[in-house]
Design a protein around this ligand. Structure first.
Ligand code: GDP
Ligand code: PGA
Ligand code: MN
Ligand code: MN
Length: 619
């Protein structure tokens, strides 16, 4: 088969379970599954159907294993608490590889290893790695099953936690498998292999969170294939999400003329009932989920949600760029989520059917995290220790997460179910910067907007293992997710603009909710108040809002932002909108250094943009 795990394929029939056909009539898929089973030697093979009975069986099994604690039905129905091993709490960027045939195709921002060398290492790790466990086969589709070209995947995993989470995050199960079978050789699916790397010897009892100290998250871009080993954490193990919908899909998008981006999608309706769709790319833990579910504080404006993490964008017949959210759930940062910051997330999770990982478990069978109302007098921390408000440690890991069905979101836009997607009016790029970057800046055109994206910077967060708070370049918020050479990716963005009718392209803006005052406090209140920035963005598109031209782009005049009812001093407003030439001059060497990494692969247009910026800064 094309997706061989072993140089010589072995075949072994899978068992019948769940009352459904244990296996598939799709010969290529069956051969791959047999081959993986022969390599990893699980006790049994189970094909995931997506049924309610299956959910109950899996969650019961996770409760019995000590991985899940069932929450009180009256508080969070059909919902579960899990705590991971402390060494498995986030994406592992230093263990993530793009194994293209040629090193130059991985580019300067990805880890690379020769695919044959990587496969040899990983075959060694996978050999017997599912011993004592069940191997699950999860047929899934990213996006709609009835899309013109459904984007199938099949994840093999030995983790029940992964199966349960995948069922929330992607459309999974027997309907997907039947469609793959109907399409036969025309079905395009990404084979995605995952193992915890924690085999069990006969009689050995399991731990609550099995995983391995050795971790590999590997994309084979030419083969459109994913191999993951050693981690149970979402971004490392739910392979439909980051690995497929961003890393592999970005390669498909380059080859086919579309965009796979780390973006939320929202629908904004003005008091005059004008509808605009907005996409926004912020690095992990920089505000996508919150903006996607925003509750506007300005009267008459409404926001509805289409997606909170990933957007696939293609040109429609009308020349506009249409976005779909390929996912089926939210995998949201828990800390900071509350009735004030994100009431719509609160409504979504209280409907139940959710998994909470690395938050605190309260004595009355609910979950709690830093920033949530009703702080408990006592709880069990994510580390399994007693926690009280006077504890010196946090109750919840800063990257603790809720995993919840998107269908439960009270403001889900009906267009979410439309496989054609929605036409995007504006793209926002943003990050976490204490200084330098104003609240909002409008780009002059697509190329300038691409420059803003390509030079995007942000402080690192707890969403990836490593130091937190370090400013780094994170192009289009895609640094850990571009599945190929980032210089070629910039070129692809420039090319999208070249081929399009400029008037129909989304307008690009750069935002920063995280600028600080001298005391370290946020200058801008954020969350629902970000609706004021969305309003300005729309009014710029409609040509009604004022702006000042600055060296970096168009920034609101103080009067052009709707600040009615907001307690913000004129000094604070000036500070949050300021374009400080000295701060920007200090930024230039960092951008030069960043661009230098791409050598000849840097599109000349970006070099021209940088030269223009320097000239405007008097450099
Ligand atoms: P995502 O990972 O990009 O989806 O980011 P989230 O929306 O989950 O937010 C990550 C963290 O940033 C959470 O702790 C939020 O409470 C916080 N956050 C989100 N939006 C804002 C904002 O507008 N202002 C401030 N100060 N914090 C925010
Ligand atoms: P986030 O998603 O962007 O919501 O943090 C998880 C991640 O990017 O790792
Ligand atoms: Mn993300
Ligand atoms: Mn998010």
């Amino acid at each position: 088969t094309t997706h061989s795990t072993e140089p010589t394929a072995t075949t072994e029939s899978t068992e019948r379970t769940d009352g459904l056909a244990a296996g598939t009539t799709h010969a290529g898929l069956q051969a791959w599954v047999d081959e993986v089973a022969a390599l990893t030697t699980p006790d049994e093979v189970v094909w995931v159907t997506g049924s309610e009975a299956e959910w109950t069986r899996l969650t019961d099994r996770l409760v019995a294993a000590g991985t899940f604690t069932r929450l009180d039905e009256r508080k969070k129905p059909n919902s579960f608490y899990a705590a991971s091993s402390p060494n498995d709490v986030a994406r592992v960027e230093d263990r993530t590889f793009t194994c293209s045939a040629e090193e130059k195709d991985a580019g300067p921002t990805n880890n690379w290893m020769d695919p044959q060398e990587m496969k040899a290492i990983m075959r060694g790790l996978y050999a017997g790695s599912m011993r004592g466990r069940t191997m699950y086969v999860i047929p899934f589709v990213m996006g709609h099953l009835n899309a013109e070209n459904p984007m199938f995947g099949v994840e093999i995993t030995d983790s029940e936690y992964v199966v349960v989470s995948m069922r929330v995050m992607a459309r999974c199960g027997v309907n997907v498998l039947r469609r793959i079978e109907e399409l036969g050789d025309d079905a395009r699916y990404v084979p995605a292999l995952h193992s915890l790397g924690a085999p069990l010897e006969p009689g050995e009892s399991d731990v609550a969170w099995p995983c391995s100290d050795t971790k590999y998250i590997v994309q084979f871009p030419e083969e459109r294939m994913i191999w993951s080993y050693g981690s149970g954490y979402g971004g490392n193990a739910l392979l439909g999400k980051k690995c497929y919908s961003l890393r592999i899909a970005s390669v498909m998008a380059r080859d086919e003329g579309w965009l796979a981006e780390h973006m939320l999608i929202l629908k904004l309706t003005s008091p005059q009932q004008q509808v605009h769709y907005v996409a926004a790319a912020f690095p992990s833990a920089c505000g996508k989920t919150n903006l996607a579910m925003l509750a506007p504080t300005i009267p008459g404006w409404t926001v509805e949600t289409l997606g909170d993490d990933i957007a696939w964008m293609r040109f429609g017949d009308d020349g506009r760029l249409y976005a779909v959210n390929p996912e089926f759930g939210f995998f949201g940062v828990a800390p900071g989520t509350n009735e004030t910051t994100n009431p719509n997330a609160m409504r979504t999770i209280e409907r139940g059917n959710s998994v909470f990982t690395n938050v605190a478990l309260t004595d009355d069978g609910d979950v709690w995290w830093e920033g949530l109302e009703n702080e408990p007098a006592h709880a069990r921390s994510w580390k399994g220790e007693d926690w009280t408000p006077s504890s010196s440690e946090l109750s919840s890991h800063p990257n603790s997460r809720y995993c919840t069905p998107i269908s439960q979101c009270p403001i889900l836009a009906p267009e979410y179910d439309d496989p054609r997607g929605v036409p995007i009016s504006a793209i926002l790029f943003g990050g976490r910067r204490k200084t330098t970057i104003p609240l909002v800046t409008e780009s002059r055109d697509w190329t300038h907007g691409t420059f803003m994206g390509a030079t995007l910077s942000s402080e690192t967060t707890a969403a990836a293992v490593g130091q937190v708070g370090v400013v780094r370049r994170d192009p289009m918020a895609m640094l850990p997710f571009i599945g190929y050479n980032a210089g070629d990716y910039f070129n692809h963005w420039i090319g999208i603009g070249k081929d399009a009718d400029a008037a129909k392209l989304p307008k690009i803006f750069y935002v920063n909710w995280f600028r600080r005052d001298e005391d370290g406090g946020f200058l801008w209140p954020g969350f629902g108040e970000n609706s004021r920035v969305l309003k300005w963005v729309i009014e710029r598109i409609e040509g009604t809002a004022a702006a000042v031209e600055t060296p970096i782009g168009h920034v609101p005049t103080p009067e052009s932002l709707d600040l009615s009812g907001l307690d913000l001093t004129p000094e604070q407003l000036d500070a949050v909108l300021a374009v400080d030439v000295d701060e920007w001059r200090a930024e230039i060497p960092q951008i030069e250094e960043w661009f230098a990494r791409f050598g000849d692969n840097l599109p000349v247009q970006l070099r021209v943009e940088l030269d223009g910026l320097k000239a405007r800064l008097g450099l």
